[in-house]
Design a protein around this ligand. Structure first.
Ligand SMILES: NC(=O)c1ccc[n+]([C@@H]2O[C@H](COP(=O)([O-])OP(=O)(O)OC[C@H]3O[C@@H](n4cnc5c(N)ncnc54)[C@H](OP(=O)(O)O)[C@@H]3O)[C@@H](O)[C@H]2O)c1
Length: 204
């Protein structure tokens, strides 16, 4: 089996570079089957979110895989209704309970709206308490980065944003370099854009 390269995050944790995303996979047994297949094929990084409503099946597939917990990187994300300090603390515990895990490797604020500072403080507290190993943000543009991130006590380890060869997020990456925040791509294949697959460099 090929060894998957990893990124060292600004908190020292090692995140496998390729992940298996579970957006839009229904929780009717399909998520469990898809994650089980991904793990069997060698993926060691699974991406879910409270808003995908499939954390429970992700957790079941992990539990039944027989793979030691510390060899799988699990990302989940807090949704907007759980922003603010107290609601976010509950949201973290709900994700842990649904996933059936003692800790989550990476927990992200899914969208940068509402009480972002309060929700971020809850992620920092969750990290302190050992419930989350790395904390990060998602869909944070340069404008929203300037609005929120300079006031955070803990630097985000990751910003998960849309990113593909046609959309390389250069101004954002320049900002993120100042905190050594890793850019994690969502829709790295342009959500199956056929034009992208015709590019000689991609075909190669
Ligand atoms: N943070 C956020 O707000 C956010 C937003 C969106 C997504 N995400 C995360 O990012 C993950 C990935 O995003 P995504 O699934 O939307 O986009 P993606 O990975 O860029 O694209 C997936 C699409 O690419 C197609 N595809 C893959 N390999 C192909 C190939 N060799 N030839 C032709 N088509 C191919 C797939 O087709 P098939 O369906 O036929 O396999 C699927 O339709 C999600 O599952 C989720 O975990 C996060």
């Amino acid at each position: 089996m090929t060894t998957i390269p990893s990124f060292t995050l600004n908190d020292g944790n090692q995140m496998p570079a390729f992940g298996f995303g579970t957006f839009q996979i229904p929780a009717d047994g399909s998520t469990k089957a898809a994650v089980a297949t991904a793990l069997r094929l060698g993926y060691r990084h699974i991406d879910t979110a409270a808003a995908y409503f499939n954390e429970r099946e992700v957790g079941q597939a992990i539990a039944e895989s027989g793979i030691p917990r510390d060899q799988i990187w699990v990302t989940s994300k807090l949704w907007l209704q759980d922003y603010g300090f107290e609601a976010a603390r509950t949201g973290i515990d709900t994700s842990l309970q649904k996933l059936g895990l003692d800790y989550i490797d990476l927990y992200l604020l899914h969208q940068p709206y509402g009480d972002v500072p309060g929700a971020w403080r809850a992620l920092e507290a969750g990290q302190q308490a050992g419930k989350i190993r790395s904390i990060g943000i998602s869909n944070v543009t340069p404008r929203l980065w300037a609005k929120f991130v300079p006031d955070f006590d803990v630097r985000p380890a990751v910003n998960q944003v849309e990113f593909n060869p046609y959309f390389q997020q250069q101004p954002l990456r320049a900002l993120m370099a100042s905190t050594q925040t890793v850019l994690e791509a969502w829709a790295p294949l342009g959500q199956g854009n056929p034009e992208l697959f015709q590019e000689p460099v991609i075909q190669r």
